[in-house]
Design a protein around this ligand. Structure first.
Ligand SMILES: Nc1nc2c(ncn2[C@@H]2O[C@H](COP(=O)(O)OP(=O)(O)OP(=O)(O)O)[C@@H](O)[C@H]2O)c(=O)[nH]1
Ligand SMILES: [Mg+2]
Length: 242
């Protein structure tokens, strides 16, 4: 197959920072789901554990579309997604699905998300609708922080979507004609709500698809207090300025 002339129908966009143990496993699971004409875009921020090199090896092995974007240092989830989505659009992907590398987003749900994208503009993997949920091992405190945080951001931004901080989402790529990627501002997990806000302003149709968020088994979380402060302060500014 001539990979230079090969356009994927569905592209899975995965940002990675120190995911050496997870990345090969998740690519393997996703590849075996039987989704037609699937491709991958991995955005690695110079992971000290060698995830970038592992991604290159996977790219050489994979038969279809597989791009690895290497950035020198850790620059945040939001900017990684922007580069990944831009690359997907440039390569004429029809559907773009974002997910984490750490198995918190169950790969098997991709089948439904991919199918649902035929009947709606956007699909949001949702923890906060019937059938969705979070890891049963979470303490009541952690569950409360997560759901109140989500509810607070939803209220702040005036969003209809129930799971506004979801990082498990699919888009028909034409939405990025209206939601201008270079204008997105948030670097951390608040990026998810910023995209949800921009999509709602353009009246795109959204279907929420339930999934259960499972805690990572391998590797470490990159969530930090700074990322939460960024989300709240910048989202407030976006809401005020529109
Ligand atoms: N390229 C890139 N990827 C990142 C960055 N920060 C996190 N990631 C990746 O983004 C995904 C989500 O990051 P996690 O560390 O799991 O953060 P989280 O899901 O918000 O936190 P947990 O709930 O603890 O898992 C994973 O695939 C990470 O490897 C970053 O700055 N750059
Ligand atoms: Mg995670």
């Amino acid at each position: 197959m001539n990979r230079t002339n090969y356009y994927p129908e569905t592209v899975i966009v995965i940002p990675t920072y120190n995911e050496a143990d997870n990345l090969p496993k998740i690519v393997d699971e996703i590849s075996n789901l039987g989704i037609r004409n699937i491709g991958f875009i991995i955005i690695d921020d110079g992971s000290p554990d060698g995830t970038g090199k592992i991604a290159d090896k996977l790219s050489n092995k994979f038969k279809g579309f597989f791009k690895v974007i290497h950035r020198k240092e850790k620059m945040g989830l939001g900017t990684a997604y922007v580069e990944g989505f831009m690359c997907a659009v440039k390569n004429k992907a029809k559907k773009i699905i974002q997910m984490d590398a750490d198995f918190s987003h169950p790969p098997e749900e991709l089948i439904s998300i991919n199918d649902l994208l035929d009947s709606t503009d956007i699909v949001v993997g949702s923890r906060y609708i019937d059938g969705g949920g979070v890891d049963p091992n979470w303490s009541l405190l952690r569950k409360s922080i997560s759901s109140f945080g989500n509810f607070g951001i939803r209220l702040l931004m005036g969003l209809d979507t129930r799971d506004v901080t979801s990082g498990f989402k699919g888009y028909n790529s034409y939405i990025f004609d209206k939601v201008i990627l270079s204008k997105l501002k948030l670097k951390g997990f608040g990026f998810q709500a910023e995209v949800a806000y921009r999509c709602q302003k353009e009246y795109f149709s959204v279907i929420e698809h339930p999934y259960v968020f499972i805690d990572r088994k391998l590797g470490k979380s990159k969530m930090s207090f700074g990322i939460i402060v960024e989300a709240l302060s910048k989202l407030l500014m976006i809401r005020i300025r529109g």
